[in-house]
Design a protein around this ligand. Structure first.
Ligand code: NAI
Ligand code: 13P
Length: 376
């Protein structure tokens, strides 16, 4: 399938450049790509990108992947093993990344020549990473964030793309979607959404970099909407896991998904009135909500939490069940709760707030069902 630009505006927005025009415009300079992150999705993103940099002349073949270095039980460094086996044995075992992926444990050296920066780490590490990158990247570098999450600051909530833009002084698109990494790693078809602010040409370049026959990327001009969808669905996925742990069945889970989507939309529009309704129908919206509530890590660990009656903490279950991979939903629920309490919106978002009350142990898991009984 051909990459699509701005599905929301396609009927009357014919002035965009074709992928070939963009490629020709940039023929004299090959863009260098660095992936900042090497977890489960970070590794799959590297594989997708590396297959395209080899194929497309507008990109430099080599893809640098920054690795948060760790020592494996064998005593070897993860970076050395990735570079020797072309495989991230810890976060994506059994999958070859592409020989043109070079793992680099030094953040500064990984980014210094990059024209295109792909951020894909758990959101809690992004502020520290951005601080380390100040003054270390090319001034005209472009960024994209695959990170689902937000930071809450004194001034209010700050989405990760804004954090990147504000701290590094560069523009930042986002890529979100129904993208369970392990499925994409073995070439199972999925869609994704690039959100951009105003530069269609840059958005198209990101689409080119990620699009493959099994990863169909569409760009929409709604960076806030795309990122809020990707971030907030993780809170709903925790609620879906609770009802699974309580063995409530599919109708109950569908109710959680419907009410969750409603809160996602209401919260997004309150924070950012420019968010478009149509974004919720893209891959980043309803499709990501569905896949995460069916097959995601947030759902899985929340199910275990509810099965244990809330007696084992999320931290403990995460460490045991995910072996180094990180949940985003529990901390996002806490961040959303902070925004809701500061702004006096708690009563408007009963699902989001109940998820936080349960995950911190203030309410039992069954509170999710009690909440459903009072919703309409
Ligand atoms: N895994 C998936 O299926 C998908 C994940 N995402 C999103 O992508 C983002 C990254 O997720 P994953 O790549 O799956 O990560 P992950 O969940 O596999 O997390 C592990 C990564 O965190 C790194 N890490 C641990 N401590 C660190 C520290 N102190 N500083 C920096 N890095 C540290 C580890 O080195 C490893 O690379 C998240 O926001 C997630 O929501 C989005 C779509 C799909
Ligand atoms: O974002 C995801 C799928 O699009 C992955 O969700 P989990 O982190 O819950 O696995």
């Amino acid at each position: 399938m051909a990459p699509a630009l701005d599905a929301q505006e396609a009927p009357n927005g014919g002035e965009s450049l074709t992928p070939l025009q963009v490629q020709n415009n940039n023929a004299s300079h090959k863009s260098k790509v660095t992936i900042i992150g090497s977890g489960n999705w970070g590794s799959v993103a590297s594989k997708l990108v590396a297959s395209n940099t080899l194929r497309l002349t507008s990109f430099h073949d080599e893809v640098r992947m920054w690795v948060f270095e760790e020592t494996l039980p064998s005593g070897e460094k993860l970076t050395d093993v990735i570079n020797r086996n072309n495989e991230n044995v810890k976060y994506l075992p059994g999958i070859k990344l592409g020989k043109n992926v070079v793992a680099d444990p030094d953040l500064e050296s990984a980014v210094k020549d990059a024209d295109m920066l792909v951020f894909v780490t758990p959101h809690q590490f992004m502020e520290g990473i951005c601080k380390k990158l100040v003054g270390k990247i090319k001034r005209d570098a472009e960024a994209i964030s695959l990170v689902k999450g937000m930071e809450v600051k004194m001034e209010g909530p700050c989405m990760i793309s804004s954090l990147i833009s504000e701290q590094l002084g560069i523009s930042c698109c986002v890529l979100m979607g129904a993208n369970i990494a392990n499925e994409i790693a073995v070439g199972k078809f999925s869609e994704a959404t690039v959100g951009y602010r105003d530069n269609r040409e840059v958005a198209e370049k990101w689409v080119q970099l990620f699009n493959t026959p099994y990863f169909n990327v569409t760009a929409v001009q709604d960076v806030e909407g795309v990122e809020l969808c990707g971030t907030l669905k993780n809170v709903v996925a925790i609620a879906a896991g609770f009802v699974d742990g309580l063995e409530m069945g599919n109708n109950t889970k569908a109710a959680i998904m419907r009410l969750g989507l409603r809160e996602m939309k209401a919260f997004s529009k309150l924070l950012s009135p420019s968010v478009k309704d149509s974004t919720f129908f893209e891959s980043c919206g309803v499709a990501d909500l569905i896949t995460t509530c069916l097959g995601g890590r947030n759902r899985k660990v929340a199910e275990a939490f509810a099965r244990n009656g809330g007696k084992r903490s999320f931290d403990e279950l995460e460490a045991e069940m995910l072996q180094g991979q990180k949940l985003q939903g529990v901390s996002t629920a806490a961040e959303v709760y902070e925004v809701l309490s500061h702004r006096g919106w708690l009563e408007l978002f009963p699902l989001f707030s109940t998820v936080h009350e349960i995950s911190t142990g203030r309410f039992p898991p069954s509170a999710i069902v009690e909440y459903l009984g009072t919703s309409n």
